[in-house]
Design a protein around this ligand. Structure first.
Ligand code: GLN
Length: 483
């Protein structure tokens, strides 16, 4: 079993790989084969992948090596193995969202983020397991069986991007991509002891990301270090004319500010995320993080962001409402599974009954109810008002602070089956992450030591919209303070 410390000690593997492949010192093929070997050794027990794309990876690596041989530069991620969450479209490679309903569906195009990674020289080694349609916090909602936490196989890796977090923690790939609608990058990053970033809404293209809650969804990276995560954000981010919600500017230049430090920065510790419901060992680590920032010259103070306490309630109306609409496209006609029946109506009913798992059905029902005539104003309308209040309270906090700090997850990784019987206890995992998505702001999780059970704890750094430079500066100082 890998000790959690080892993954951070792995350092900036992706940057080292890219430098040596670019200079011709190592071949991409050798790098990829090495990683496929590690996957071969542990994938059966971890189950990070729905599919390992061996052939694709070997071919792509050979192409990168050819570029180097021709004296061309394959890009900043040359030869770096990447694992891609299975809700990102990959041309010619099955994309399942860990759902039976997409059985047999092969996308005819790549997600923009996948295209951009490939253009930077990165090499896809597989599609990672997830909670079905990204609904969940433990990867137990996958139709293909759960992913296990590489640090303790009896525990969950978090979710919904559990496969992507586990892939990096297990050394299957130094980089992976996930999606975050309410915490699905940050929470599994925290539970697996890796860095995970949810960028500002609109900074990373959603083209080719299978939609869950379109006003909340954002793609972002997992990595072993803050510097690698920064580089991946710059590679995948920036304007995409094919995504109408894409901000028409480049991703903030985070890499060049990683060593700026936090001297003189004002950082607020969110009061509402340090009290009831937060495990004492987690809170202790976050206080230590706050002290480290103060020791590095930041002014650190507690700050109240009152409306975040309503985040969970608002999210479980907004996200299911959008999901119920987005998932109406799986009708047995256009994608994947079809269960034949005498009439079209029956065919659709049987297909959706057989194709969706329980949690997805629960969300569709919640969302349909929240949007139904007579309840629309009371539920969906009220949730939108709360969303405005959350944004307003964050804005007020950011008048005084450059960045905020909190735990990422209220506990360390829990055991399989611990929370599956009670959906509410599973939803409560996202208390610290969800408000960010409702506000559209960036936030990231940085490993900050271990809890009493020896499992990783993640510190969450939050920033205002497009405040990624401040966010990454804080994250880099936290990372450095542990070294
Ligand atoms: N756990 C949350 C949910 O189940 C968030 C998931 C996500 O960010 N995709 O909806």
């Amino acid at each position: 079993m890998t000790a959690p410390q080892e993954s951070s000690a792995a350092g900036a593997a992706a940057l080292t790989i890219a430098a040596s492949v670019r200079s011709g010192e190592r071949s991409a093929l050798e790098v990829v084969k090495e990683h496929l070997e590690v996957i071969g050794q542990r994938e059966t027990e971890v189950h990070a992948f729905n599919l390992v794309t061996t052939e694709h990876a070997l071919a792509a690596a050979t192409a990168v090596d050819q570029l180097v041989a021709q004296g061309e530069d394959p890009g900043p991620l040359a030869g770096v193995p990447v694992a891609i969450k299975d809700n990102l479209c990959t041309r010619g490679v099955a994309t399942t969202c860990s759902s039976k309903i997409l059985e047999g569906w092969v996308p005819p195009y790549d997600a923009t983020v996948v295209t951009r990674l490939a253009a930077a020289g990165a090499i896809m080694v597989g599609k990672t397991n997830m909670d079905e349609f990204a609904m969940g916090s433990s990867t137990e909602n996958s139709a293909f069986g759960p992913t296990r936490n590489p640090h303790d196989l009896g525990r969950v890796p978090g979710g919904s991007s559990g496969g992507s977090a586990a892939a990096v923690a297990a050394g299957f790939a130094p980089i992976s991509l996930g999606s975050d609608t309410g915490g699905s990058i940050r929470q599994p990053a925290a539970l697996c002891g890796v860095v995970g970033v949810k960028p500002t809404y609109g900074t990373v293209s959603r083209l080719g990301l299978v939609a869950f809650g379109s006003s909340l969804d954002q793609v972002g990276p997992f990595a072993n270090s803050v510097a690698e995560a920064a580089l991946v954000c710059e590679v995948i981010g920036g304007h995409d004319p094919a995504d109408s919600t894409s901000i028409p500017q480049a991703f903030p230049a985070v890499s060049e500010h990683l060593s700026d430090g936090v001297a003189g920065m004002r950082i607020g510790l969110i009061t509402e995320m340090m009290g009831e419901g937060i495990a004492p060992d987690v809170a202790l680590r976050i206080r230590a993080a706050a002290e480290a920032l103060a020791a590095a010259g930041a002014e650190v103070e507690e700050v109240s962001v009152p409306a975040v306490t309503y985040g969970l309630s608002a999210y479980y109306l907004v996200a299911p409402a959008e999901a119920s609409s987005n998932l109406s496209r799986y009708d047995g006609v256009r994608y994947g599974l079809r269960v034949d029946a005498p009439t079209t109506g029956e065919m659709m009913e049987l297909t959706r009954t057989a194709g969706f798992g329980d949690e997805v059905k629960r969300r569709i029902m919640l969302g349909t109810y929240a949007l139904s005539a007579g309840y629309y104003d009371a539920f969906y309308g009220t949730a939108l008002k709360v969303r405005t209040l959350i944004r307003r309270d964050f804005d007020q906090a950011y008048e005084r602070f450059d960045a905020l700090l909190s735990p990422t997850s209220p506990t360390t990784a829990f055991a399989f089956g611990d929370k599956t019987a009670d959906p509410m206890s599973m939803y409560l995992n996202d208390v610290c992450t969800i408000a960010t998505n409702l506000a559209g702001h960036p936030a990231m999780s940085v490993p900050y030591g271990l809890g009493d059970d020896g499992m990783p704890v993640g510190a969450q750094v939050l920033a205002p919209a497009l405040g990624e430079v401040a966010m990454f500066r804080v994250a880099a100082v936290l990372e450095g303070s542990l070294a």
